[in-house]
Write a protein that binds this ligand. Structure first.
Ligand SMILES: Nc1nc2c(ncn2[C@@H]2O[C@H](COP(=O)(O)OP(=O)(O)OP(=O)(O)O)[C@@H](O)[C@H]2O)c(=O)[nH]1
Ligand SMILES: [Mg+2]
Length: 398
């Protein structure tokens, strides 16, 4: 079976292409194409360099982007004193194609610039994040130059915005927007002094990835990534805002289309007690993938609860579909199929597969593809609702 993650890199055109292949070459052509895409996906990697001076919050940012708690076993070590001495890579816990490189504080007493430059292969990065908690400095300029020379995009990040706001708050006439403007101007002037005018600086806090300018940073990264990597990166981001969940939902709909096309090409097996046939293993893997992407697996919920000082049941409160928090296995899929049987029969006459109108006609409404489509689409909606409720509970908005 194709690696389920490979469907994360599909776009609508890919799916239409698969349909065409099926139309002209039949099932075997479809299957071999899917295997081919799956193999290329294994090589789709997003390497992200997180760089900057010592103590600016690079390791904290790596942990926040990977959705791991700073105290977790596999977290990048953070400290108020210099803590990262060698570049180290951290793969994303649920989307291993995304790799963060946590680097030592360049230019510090212990990490001389030359030593730093020798230890890093800039050509391997897709893009870099240059972090500062104050103003950009001479050592940062060197990083800008090497990244430019390697032809890699670099984003300027001003970290610890929560801290800056907090310390300014007590001043008379405090205004959040004015503090932002002051910081922006200060960072921009330090970049202008290095000959980089009009560079955007993103003001963020690792404590609040949903706030300040992290959403803008995400969009800027999105814009430079090739289409094949865009959803992969999106799927790796922590669910810290409704906007991210909605974007993931959109991406997962296309993911489902890829799985559906694969399901048409795989051996459908009749399900005892149901007048349906499908590939239970394929649907189970797809459900697990969506579950991880939406941060609903047990370990993600436990980590989130721990980081917020809440209980798991508090986070799960008011979620309607309890199956979401059960183990996802073929038995659970059978239960979902039973639940969907009525819907499958009711909608059998309708053109449900509207993402490619011809799809239903080609594969037929009782085919494995149709069953897969219906079950995954309904499950995605339930999962998205649950992910939104968990987020609301996390922020006490429910
Ligand atoms: N309030 C606040 N504190 C932060 C933020 N980011 C980092 N910190 C704190 O800043 C300190 C340094 O963070 P690190 O992530 O270890 O910094 P680093 O850049 O990796 O440091 P080195 O590895 O020594 O180069 C830690 O005490 C973090 O808790 C942030 O966004 N907000
Ligand atoms: Mg560090």
């Amino acid at each position: 079976m194709a690696d389920i993650g490979s469907f994360a890199r599909y776009n609508s055109t890919d799916v239409e292409h698969l349909i065409n292949i099926y139309h002209h070459g039949g099932l075997s052509a479809l299957q071999s194409k899917i295997e081919k895409i799956s193999n290329t996906f294994k090589n789709v990697k997003i390497n992200i360099a997180v760089m900057g001076a010592s103590g600016v919050g690079k390791s904290t940012l790596v942990n926040a982007l990977r959705g791991v708690d700073n105290n977790d076993e596999d977290a990048a070590p953070i400290d108020i004193v210099e803590s990262t001495m060698e570049p180290k890579c951290y793969t994303h816990p649920t989307v291993p194609n995304v790799i963060y490189w946590d680097t030592p504080g360049v230019g510090s007493l212990k990490v001389k610039v030359n030593m730093f430059l020798k230890g890093i292969r800039f050509a391997d990065f897709d893009f870099g994040l240059l972090v500062s908690d104050h103003r950009f400095r001479e050592e940062d300029e060197i990083l800008v130059k090497v990244m430019k020379k390697a032809g890699k995009p670099l984003f300027f990040v001003r970290s610890k915005i929560d801290q800056s706001l907090w310390s300014e708050r007590k001043k008379p006439g405090y205004s959040e927007e004015q503090v932002f403007q002051k910081i922006r101007d200060y960072c921009s002037s330090s970049l202008a002094q290095m000959g980089m005018k009009d560079e955007r600086v993103f003001l963020i806090s690792c404590e609040h990835l949903d706030k300040y300018e992290f959403p803008e940073l995400r969009s800027a990264v999105d814009a430079i990534l090739p289409e094949t990597k865009r959803n992969v990166f999106l799927f790796s981001l922590p669910n810290r805002s409704i906007d991210v969940i909605k974007k993931k939902q959109k991406g997962l709909k296309i993911f489902i289309h890829g799985v559906v096309a694969a399901s048409a090409g795989c051996g459908a097996i009749p399900i005892p007690g149901l007048s349906l046939a499908c590939d239970l293993a394929l649907i189970t893997s797809a459900l697990l993938f969506m579950h991880n992407v939406l941060g609903l697996n047990t370990s993600a919920i436990k980590k989130l609860a721990k980081s917020l000082g809440k209980s798991v049941s508090e986070l799960r409160a008011n979620t309607n579909d309890t199956w979401i928090f059960e183990e996802i296995n073929p038995n659970l899929v059978k239960m979902l199929l039973m639940r969907n049987t009525t819907m499958l029969l009711l909608t059998a006459a309708e053109p449900v597969l509207d993402f490619v109108p011809v799809f239903g006609t080609i594969f037929g409404v009782t085919s494995s593809a149709y069953v897969t489509y219906t079950v995954l689409t309904q499950a995605l909606q339930d999962m998205v609702n649950a992910a939104k409720t968990v987020l609301m509970n996390a922020h006490d908005l429910a």
